[in-house]
Design a protein around this ligand. Structure first.
Ligand code: KIV
Ligand code: ZN
Length: 567
């Protein structure tokens, strides 16, 4: 029996919302929503080992530092840890004046009373009341009629209203969630929300928060947007309500559903850092906020030290952010493929040369500047057997200051790729550097430059050199003349019979700055059988760097053509 023949008939398509003149597809999000973190409640209740009070305090501080102004701190009536956590925030005066604590409570009398006890001394609080409203929950979980379910919400709101005076030092706002809104008839969700509004009597200055959760994500994000637009349009006193989104990620589209929900008219977004939460998680606020940022919209949250944010999150929740997680994963700014590396290098080089303030970010394959998130450029290009010349040249340039001539890139790229391929693994930058050094830099076999003396004949512009060398361990003295030390050394080699190559190209540059400057030289020679050989020399002395480059190229040719011996 296959999956299709046996099981698929037990599923049904989710019904569409009748909204023929929907407007949300034409909207753009041009400002940040009100953000509310539910990490310490929805996120925490989904952990195998929930955070202890110390860990919650650390996470709370992180959320405050990130810029959250509304933070759901828990379900204080549900456990002593949650209750004590709020008390600790109050006793240790950790709640900034502009931060509102949100507390969640079911519409049950003893739980509501205990919740108010936890609020003593909290300057600003949102009491978040919820009950489940979908047909499935009404029938299966509660076995109650629509009217009875509505009554639960009304009585909860009435009790909360009556208890506000018991915490005179606290400014209390009400949030109501028809839990499982995503699966509830929109007409009924509206009816129950308006009934709660009727009890609470919000004003434009003191709005109610109506949170419309996709408790379980049951349809495509456009259906969620239709639900939100339908609700906003039909709510009688829309001006007295903040419409809040709370998506989960069962179908993997929590972020998309939230973005379309904002286009559909919502004002507020609940979610967690990196999408922690029940099952496949809550909405990932980091992603939505940074998506806004990449459109030039200030998200009003600060993720400029995203690795620190992630490290703190991972430590206290014991969860891990996957390598491919948008913006925060280890690999999301890394290109392995050669063509991508090449394009990124070109984009980065162009950008480095552009000093225009506020220049548009345009680097192929990179949606965002990793530096804006406190991430290193070095992590962008990594080397494995898929990588190309651009990546290797980029690493050698950016991390080791070696500006290889362009003509060398393909060959060096190939040498490094072959090494990665041989071991079937990624190479670290240091390994790439080592391969380059072993293959091209200051090579000493079979020919080794031991010492050199130079004499200048300024009138003729000529240089003569006397060099001590070893060839396959045998000491030799060479002398030659030329219009510079390199051509003089070539001439010296020729006088000993090594006439099998010509000098094609020579480049040099300095590495580093100040007193610790080295010179790097690159030489290309052509063997008389047609092949090209490159060599590199690195030395504090620029002249010696050039000679080492020549000897290196000579040695590489010698390895391929060992027959080219003393004539
Ligand atoms: O997902 C959900 O419905 C909730 C409610 C309590 C808002 O977390
Ligand atoms: Zn939830």
């Amino acid at each position: 029996m296959t999956m299709q023949t046996g099981n698929i008939s037990k599923y049904r398509p989710f019904p569409q919302i009748h909204l023929p003149n929907r407007t949300w597809p034409d909207q753009i999000i041009d400002c940040a929503p009100i953000w509310a973190s539910v990490d310490l409640r929805d996120g925490n209740q989904a952990l195998a080992i929930p955070m202890n009070v110390d860990e919650k305090v650390e996470f709370f501080e992180l959320l405050v530092a990130t810029g959250f102004k509304e933070i759901e701190v828990g379900f204080p009536s549900a456990s002593d840890t949650e209750f004590n956590f709020i008390r600790r925030l109050v006793d240790e005066k950790r709640i900034p004046a502009d931060v509102t604590l949100q507390v969640l409570v079911q519409a049950r009398e003893h739980l509501i009373r205990r919740t108010f006890e936890s609020l003593e001394g909290v300057p600003n609080a949102i009491v978040h009341l919820y009950n489940s409203t979908s047909p499935l929950q009404r029938r299966v979980t509660f076995n109650k009629s629509k009217e009875a379910i509505k009554q639960i919400a009304i009585e909860g709101a009435q009790l909360i209203k009556g208890l506000v005076d018991t915490v005179p030092g606290t400014h209390v706002r009400l949030q109501y969630s028809p839990e499982s809104f995503s699966d509830t008839e929109v007409e009924y969700a509206l009816e129950i929300c308006e009934a709660v509004m009727h009890v609470w009597q919000p004003t434009e200055a003191n709005k109610i928060i109506l949170n419309l959760p996709a408790t379980v994500e049951v349809a495509t994000p456009n259906v969620h947007a239709d639900q939100i637009e339908w609700f906003c349009r039909n709510l009688k006193e829309r001006n007295k309500a903040i419409i809040s989104l709370h998506t989960h990620n069962d179908r993997g589209t929590g972020v998309a559903a939230t973005e379309l929900g904002l286009m559909a008219g919502a004002d507020r977004v609940e979610g967690t850092l990196f999408g922690n939460g029940e099952r496949t998680g809550n909405l990932d606020i980091v992603t939505v906020a940074l998506n806004l940022y990449t459109q030039g919209v200030d998200p009003q949250l600060d993720f400029s030290h995203l690795e620190h944010t992630r490290a703190c999150y991972e430590r206290v929740t014991r969860m891990q952010v996957p390598d491919r997680h948008p913006y925060a994963g280890d690999l999301v700014f890394t290109a392995f493929s050669g063509s991508h590396q090449d394009a990124i290098k070109k984009g980065m080089d162009l950008r480095a040369g552009n000093t225009e303030p506020g220049a548009h970010w345009q680097v192929p394959y990179l949606l965002i500047d990793p530096a804006d998130l406190g991430r290193d450029y070095e992590a962008i290009i990594r080397i494995n057997s898929q990588s190309g010349k651009g990546g290797v040249a980029y690493i050698l340039s950016r991390e080791f200051g070696l500006e290889l001539p362009k003509v060398m890139h393909p060959e060096v790229g190939q040498v490094v790729n072959n090494a990665a391929d041989k071991d079937s693994r990624e190479l670290k930058s240091e390994e790439v550097h080592k391969i380059f050094q072993n293959e091209y830099v200051n090579l000493r076999t079979p020919l080794k430059l031991v010492s050199i003396e130079r004499e200048d004949f300024s009138k003729a512009g000529e240089v003569s050199i006397d060099a001590q060398v070893e060839f396959k361990g045998e000491a030799l003295s060479l002398s030659g003349r030329g219009n510079g030390p390199i051509s003089a050394f070539v001439n010296a080699l020729e006088t000993k019979g090594w006439k099998h190559f010509t000098l094609n190209d020579y480049r040099q540059h300095s590495i580093g700055r100040g007193s610790k400057t080295d010179a790097a030289a690159y030489i290309q020679i052509k063997h008389n059988q047609g092949s090209i050989f490159y060599g590199c020399g690195i030395d504090a002395n620029i002249e010696l760097a050039g000679l080492h480059a020549l000897v290196s190229a000579f040695n590489r040719a010698q390895t391929t053509h060992p027959e080219s011996h003393l004539g």
